[in-house]
Ligand binder design. Structure first.
Ligand SMILES: Cc1ncc(COP(=O)(O)O)c(C=O)c1O
Length: 349
């Protein structure tokens, strides 16, 4: 993870230097986790940087906010453009993007109704989430003693900040015992998901995964993998996953924006299938990366081109002291960027 390379942050409508993107200690979200967030990846493609499934991530962001009674003071088109602006501003070809909307500072009463909604988007290069070799070698997981909260306790399909303390407990406990990741059971004893990933099993030629009835976040990657599997002619069964289903699986893998498609090679010391990445997992990984890289034209609509633009934003104070030549140069670049955006459909729809 390298925050060092990130220089600009979009905060409440403008790009500001990373070091100035701070929050007051009295912010409601800092105390109670009253925020909603997204994790999005931008991939380097032959057509330039492209955001994977931006629409689906923004849909989930607005849905999460709505569950918590939060009104995001920007529309979908503005946030889509803000995501592109952050990527362009930092000059990234590929990166992880983190939009977060949270209740700011005004009151610490539990009801945040008086608190302003702050919106921040930042990005940084984030390679593999579960370790350098995870995509190929797979990860070792453990069944967590921490149970995933039921949807009557917290809305599992919302991606809200405070909900992640459950994941933090689970992943810390698992890593403390030497595992790469935790698998959380739902309160009915079936498998829910990883601390930050959904799970798929392979039985023969069939895929098995669960859904919102089993206390999971409905992953955007999960959705993409279901579609990819169907296109590959692999049936996907959606039902509760029992521990026995996992232990008897030929293959298993995690899906998530951060983890992408990561094989699970072992659960509590017991190998899954051959104990290495299986052939169907490899096939699905290949198809997934073909989609994220833009090589798979069938899923080209999943990519939102960032398009070219000024490599560095010009803060208002600096802009006023620009020479005429510099101003013309910026106008020229902005004009080209607008044309490129139009060509690439990056402009708000
Ligand atoms: C708890 C949890 N489950 C599943 C996922 C996978 O979701 P997505 O594929 O949208 O990243 C995530 C990641 O955001 C997560 O935090």
């Amino acid at each position: 993870m390298s925050f060092e390379q990130a220089t600009w942050v979009w905060k409440n409508g403008e790009l500001i230097p990373w070091k100035d993107a701070t929050v007051h200690v009295s912010a409601h979200a800092l105390h109670y986790g009253s925020g909603v967030l997204e994790g999005i990846r931008c991939y380097d493609t032959a057509e330039g940087p492209a955001v994977f499934r931006l629409d689906a991530h923004l849909d989930r962001l607005y849905d999460s906010a709505s569950v918590y009674g939060m009104e995001i003071p920007y529309n979908r088109a503005q946030l889509a453009e803000a995501v592109c602006e952050v990527i362009r501003g930092n000059g990234f070809r590929s990166c992880y993007v983190r939009p977060i909307c949270f209740f700011g500072s005004a009151s610490l009463a539990l009801n945040p109704q008086r608190c302003p909604v702050e919106v921040v988007i930042f990005a940084w290069p984030w390679e593999t989430y579960l370790g350098n070799k995870a995509l190929e070698a797979g990860v070792r997981v453990t069944l967590s003693p921490w149970v995933k909260f039921h949807s009557r306790m917290l809305p599992t399909t919302a991606k809200a900040c405070g909900q992640y303390v459950n994941s933090i407990l689970a992943v810390r406990e698992a890593m403390g015992r030497g595992y790469d990741e935790a698998l959380l059971l739902a309160s009915d004893g079936s498998i829910a998901e990883g601390s930050g990933e959904n799970i798929f099993l392979v039985h023969g030629e069939k895929l098995l995964t669960n859904d919102e009835r089993h206390s999971i976040l409905l992953g955007v990657t999960r959705d993409a993998i279901i579609e990819i599997a169907c296109n590959l002619g692999l049936p996907v069964e959606i039902r509760a996953i029992q521990v026995n289903d996992l232990l008897s699986a030929d293959e298993a893998f995690f899906t998530g924006t951060a983890a992408e498609v990561t094989p699970i090679r072992e659960v509590d010391g017991q190998p899954i299938g051959s104990g290495a990445r299986g052939p169907l997992t490899a096939k699905i990984q290949q198809a997934f990366f073909a989609a994220t890289s833009g090589r798979d034209l069938q899923h080209r609509h999943w990519l939102h081109l960032v398009a070219s633009g000024p490599s560095k934003p010009v803060p208002a104070t600096e802009a006023t002291s620009l020479s005429e030549t510099q101003r013309r140069e910026i106008e020229h670049r902005e004009g080209s960027a607008a044309m490129a955006r139009e060509a690439a459909h990056c402009d708000p729809a």
